[in-house]
Design a binder for this molecule. Sequence first.
Ligand SMILES: [Zn+2]
Length: 348
Amino acid sequence: MPFSELIGQDRAVGSLRSALRRGTVHHAFLFAGPAGVGKGTAARLLAQALNCEGLARGGPPLPDDSCGACAPCRKIAKGVHPDVLLLEEERAMARAGRWEPRGGRAPSKDIVVDQVRDLVDRRLALRRFEGRTRVVIVDPADAMNHQAQNALLKTLEEPPDDTALVLVASAPDALLPTIRSRCLRVPFAPLSDGQVASRLEAEGRSPEKARLAAALAGGSLGRALELDDEALEARRVAVEAAAGLPPGDAGAWIAYARAQGEDREAARETCELLLVWLRDVLVLQAAGARARPALADLAGAARAAAAALSPAEVLRRIGRVRQALAALRQNAGPALALERMLIGWFHG
Ligand SMILES: [Zn+2]
């Protein structure tokens, strides 16, 4: 997979490609931006571009990209190239079956200092095996604790020849200022719902399910790809049920809040989807038949609500959903947060 397949990151990719063309690739990058928008993929694609042999094999010249098909490209894509080193949290390594227990302790949720020392003292001290440029990818770099970050400082400042480091972080502020100042920062943008949805459609999702998943994932393609059809359908049904709650029947709201509030993450997703759906209701009220609701699967319920409620009432409900989301972020009980939201809807 070459750079052109990465969606919505034209600025980040553009700056990497021009550095590749000029032959002035920095020795330490910080890829910073929201989770699930392609930072890790871009790090791998940079490693491919720095080691691709597409040109040598008679393919088209690729000064600033990779072919995705030659032996080094395929090894890097599979994570088995000996000169592309990945540093990740012990827990993620354990999940992938790559972690060897040391001293009987459980795998850490961090990238620990031992891992950095092993990289610096042992792996980077070896000669390169077969690649042109050795690439170290630290993903997520913000999982390095301070001790681990300090152990990486000197290498960031003076990396071995023909070695590039890429730190991938969705919370770059968790990195020490001394780490950040030694890296060239490449900002990655959040993806729009439309960009996420079209990628999901390209992966074979129906347009309706793609829009639903994009709405729930809040700009993260990674998260959208994880949502299966069953989870999407459950959230759609939950929004439809909320839309149909009778204003005068408090027993029905409480039952709804209890049922939907059993799982915090599901409650949060239902609220996210309610926001998109209520925006559809507003759009229908403003543009009538010309409106194109974002959630086609819920367009019937949106039309009914657009006819039954005033725009002021819809805005008030949006405000209540936002309050519920804020409460969920602050660890409020999900059933209680939903119950308060519904009281606000019907008794505000
Ligand atoms: Zn290649």
